[in-house]
Design a protein around this ligand. Structure first.
Ligand SMILES: Nc1ncnc2c1ncn2[C@@H]1O[C@H](COP(=O)(O)OP(=O)(O)O)[C@@H](O)[C@H]1O
Ligand SMILES: [Mg+2]
Length: 350
């Protein structure tokens, strides 16, 4: 233990060095034919002096520097009590330990930088995507308005159509801004959840009613899966979960086939969780897109999503809401067979 050179503290190091010097002194004394008692005294005094000096020098120079390093890397200020505790009670770190601490600190710094860099990339991409998304409707509106002003307004054949198209693009712009506003508020953590107990099947039926007109346009039927009728009470932010269901069921219509079906199912997975699934028999999602559909602005088919009035932010918002509840969301899908989006919620217990 004493000679384990990896973990020598300055105390031990000074002790050992002093012994060597003591022995040297003894040898010199022996060469000078000193008496044995004198020899012992000489080596003892030399050892003690050497020990004191070496130790003092080490403390003074080495530990001052080390303390400085710790001060730099931890950036905290110790109270006088802590300072006393650190310098008098705690065992002094060995140089190995210092090296380990510094390496740990360096890797923490690297990770922090990595996260910052990633966020920065995220932000840049978001801005780029956003300006791209804004451009399309704005340029369209600009085109229609200028064409109208340049004379088309007198042309009874086109004037209404152009105005309608401009209005459609303005609506799209508004949806986009609403979604961007929502997602940035979700991301800044500004939104507080108002959790309450409610029956999830009732909320699903509400959303089915809300979207029934839209579904009828494609002759899509809504169902609550057989065996899922027993009312299940969940504890969650009802309005946010309504938003989630609207997004998922709306997608099942938009990316569903004419004469298709949308199923909702509710399962008790364990004493604490409920799994809610929205399934369709629509166009499905190819495997290479599956992991990315929850990303902001990600769509498998931009033109199709746009024609259907999508902003590409729906699933990103949905994921944020579910994660804010401390729950998870996932997707299973196969092209031409259909998709299933499932998320968990907390079961309400009296
Ligand atoms: N039920 C579904 N069936 C097939 N594809 C889907 C479904 N839901 C989502 N997607 C794909 O995921 C993309 C992202 O969905 P979302 O974020 O809701 O954006 P949006 O609906 O505005 O296009 C969609 O553009 C679509 O490509
Ligand atoms: Mg959507």
């Amino acid at each position: 233990m004493l000679f384990n050179d990896k973990n020598l503290s300055t105390g031990k190091l000074s002790f050992l060095s002093a012994i060597i010097i003591g022995i040297v002194a003894m040898l010199v004394g022996a060469l000078m034919h000193l008496h044995i008692l004198q020899l012992l005294w000489l080596s003892l005094v030399t050892w003690a002096a050497a020990f004191a000096i070496i130790r003092y020098v080490m403390e003074k120079f080495l530990y001052r520097k080390i303390k400085l390093i710790y001060k730099l890397i931890y950036q905290t200020k110790a109270t006088p009590q802590e300072e006393f505790f650190q310098s008098h009670v705690l065992p002094k770190p060995t140089l190995e330990e210092v090296q380990h601490d510094v390496e740990l600190w360096a890797s923490q710094q690297r990770n922090e930088l990595e996260v910052l860099r990633k966020n920065e990339k995220f932000r840049k991409e978001f801005l780029m995507n956003l300006s791209h998304e804004l451009k399309t409707p704005i340029f369209a509106i600009q085109g229609y308005i200028h064409t109208l002003l340049d004379g088309a307004i007198e042309d009874a054949e086109v004037n209404r159509t152009f105005l309608k198209n401009a209005a459609k693009n303005i609506d799209r712009l508004c949806r986009l801004i609403d979604d961007v506003d929502e997602i940035s508020r979700l991301e800044s953590g500004e939104i507080q959840l108002n959790k309450e107990a409610f029956v999830i099947q009732d909320l699903i039926k509400d959303v089915f009613d809300l979207l029934s007109l839209k579904a009828a346009q494609k002759n899509i039927q809504f169902y609550l899966k057989k065996g899922c009728e027993t009312p299940v009470t969940v504890y969650a932010d009802k309005e946010r979960i309504r938003e989630v269901l609207i997004n998922l069921i709306d997608n099942s219509i938009k990316y569903g086939k004419r004469d298709g079906h949308t199923f909702a199912s509710v399962y008790n997975t364990d004493e604490q969780h409920v799994l809610i699934e929205i399934s369709d028999d629509g166009i499905g999602i190819a495997e290479e897109h599956l992991t990315r559909v929850f990303e902001r602005f990600y769509r498998t088919d931009k033109a199709r999503s746009r024609d259907a009035g999508g902003t590409g932010l729906g699933l990103a918002i949905v994921k944020h809401i579910i994660e804010a509840h401390g729950q998870t969301i996932h997707v299973r899908s196969k092209p031409d067979i259909g998709s299933t989006f499932g998320f968990t919620l907390e079961l309400f217990r009296e």
